[in-house]
Write a protein that binds this ligand. Structure first.
Ligand code: NAD
Length: 479
């Protein structure tokens, strides 16, 4: 049976070729999902534009729009198990992690519901016989394109502020993880979101993605995914003169200084890279350690990495499930082979786990690489898997130079007892987020995004709602 999707106000099977989603824990096809033809992409966007412009949505009072978002938050909370299962079965993350992400998605809708009914227009100081009111208006139709690693949080992070801002959204989820978006769309419908305000168009990136972005009704695009895809989307957005918010890849430096609590730091480093099998944009994939402490720290990390329990994502005792697909597992494995060719020492991991329970799934052992310099390919390119490269540094200048010697600038972690030094380093490193004596702490109230090739724009926080609005200044003469 082909799974339907919401387009132009109806759930349709689509006239495009159906796509199959596979459970990476056992290699079995899980669902066959309909996709739209180019004509159906066009009509979804036309219907979205009409729905966005309708009085029922455009003139809806902010507290009424907030009511809908609160109901969506409640629905996400009530369906958290379903949403978590939909994500787990497609990307292999453990049920525990998916459940936490579903709770985070509910909190995101709640946050932007509150923002929607409380954010104000501006009255800038007058410089003459007039009063100016700056209002913030929706773009109309926003195209949202999301990745497979954390669709539950990523999709909430785009939908909640874009809807709060008064737009209609046409969402294209990753071809690997479509079910969370479809489950969320049902919840939105049940919460009373007017017809056509959310469409979900499943399909491959190279196919449905460009078709969506070419639609004249799409006036803004919000994208999370790889840097090269982001570049392609930015080119289309530049040609069409529409704004693009881009949350892209990373190769984040994680730093342990001499005076850090080494045990706590190593816990942070292990979680920072291996949580979610390293399939996190903010994964701390390059670890910088004082040269004199290198071997001691590597030994401790190896012990901790080897204690991680791989297994079926459904099991409560499992720490890490498989990678999101067999194809991606092969890509990760090729990176480790490349490191070997460049002379790396594989301190632990570097292979698939043995045992019949792992035979059919896309499993890979948490891997720690030493003996390379920051110039090595595995230290420069985003692997997006459970692979940590440990790199020694000599002094603070050497540390900053190495940490910043990357195309990316998404996140950074620093472990130290010296807050002055932490502050100095935090200011010197190119990153949109810096964690001191913690890692991967995230809050919907705090702006998030990347420097350099890690992106353009900031999601989350109150400015995360303004991302989906354009300012209009109205002058009233008092003369
Ligand atoms: P991807 O770039 O391959 O795909 C992301 C989305 O873009 C998918 O929906 C895909 O179908 C679509 N797409 C692909 N080609 C397209 C095109 N030409 N036009 C329009 N859409 C297209 O990324 P992925 O493999 O799904 O996700 C992993 C990447 O996402 C990593 O690089 C990771 O760092 C990044 N990511 C970034 C953040 C962040 O907040 N900065 C968060 C999560 C993931």
């Amino acid at each position: 049976m082909v799974v339907t999707f919401p387009s132009s106000g109806q759930w349709i099977p689509g006239s495009g070729a159906p796509l199959q989603t596979t459970n990476p824990a056992n290699g079995e096809v899980h669902a066959e999902i309909g996709t739209p033809s180019n004509e159906e992409v066009a009509s979804a966007c036309a219907f979205a534009a009409m729905s966005a412009a309708s009085i029922a949505w455009r003139d809806m009072k902010p507290h009424k729009r907030a009511d809908i978002l609160y109901r969506i938050a409640d629905g996400v909370g009530k369906s958290a198990d379903n949403l978590a299962r939909a994500q787990m079965i497609e990307n292999g993350k453990t049920f525990k992690e998916c459940r936490l992400q579903a709770a985070s998605a509910a909190a995101t809708f709640r946050y932007f519901a509150a923002a929607c009914e409380t954010m104000e227009a501006a009255v800038p100081p007058s410089r003459g016989d007039y009063v100016t009111v700056t209002t913030f208006e929706p773009y109309g139709v926003v195209a949202a394109i999301t990745p497979w690693n954390s669709p539950l949080t990523m999709e909430a992070q785009k939908l909640a502020p874009a809807l709060a801002a008064g737009n209609a959204v046409v969402l294209k989820p990753s071809e690997i993880t479509t079910l969370p978006a479809l489950t969320l769309a049902r919840i939105c419908e049940e919460a009373g979101l007017p017809s056509g305000i959310l469409s979900v168009l499943p399909g491959f990136g190279h196919d449905v993605g460009p078709a969506l972005l070419e639609q004249p009704q799409v006036r803004m695009v919000t994208f999370t995914g790889g840097t090269e895809t982001g570049r392609t989307i930015a080119q289309t957005a530049a040609r069409r003169l529409i704004p693009a918010a881009l949350e892209l890849g990373g190769k984040s430096p994680h730093i342990i200084l001499e005076d850090a609590d080494i045990a706590a730091a190593c816990d942070g480093v292990v979680d920072g890279i291996f949580e979610g099998m390293g399939q996190s944009c903010v994964a701390g994939s390059r670890l910088f350690v004082p040269r004199a402490r290198h071997d001691e720290i590597v030994d401790l990390l190896v012990t901790k990495a080897e204690a991680i329990r791989l297994g079926q994502p459904t099991e409560p005792t499992t720490d890490l499930g498989p990678l999101s697909s067999h194809l991606h597992r092969d890509k990760v494995s090729q990176y480790v082979d490349q490191a070997r060719k460049e002379g790396a020492n594989i301190a632990t991991g570097g292979s698939r786990p043995s045992g019949s329970e792992f035979d059919r799934g896309a499993f890979y052992r948490p891997t720690i690489i030493t003996g390379l310099t920051n110039k090595a390919r595995v230290c420069q390119e985003e692997i997006f898997g459970p692979v940590l490269c440990v790199l020694p540094f000599d002094d603070e200048q050497d540390l900053v130079e190495q940490a910043n010697d990357t195309a990316f600038g998404l996140a950074c972690g620093i472990w130290t007892a010296d807050y002055r030094r932490a502050w100095r380093l935090a200011r010197a490193i190119d990153a949109g987020t810096v964690w001191i004596n913690t890692y991967k702490q995230l809050s919907i109230a705090v702006p998030f995004g990347g420097f350099k090739d890690s992106g353009i724009g900031r999601e989350k926080g109150l400015s995360g709602m303004r991302l989906y609005q354009q300012a209009k200044s109205i002058y009233l003469s008092m003369d």
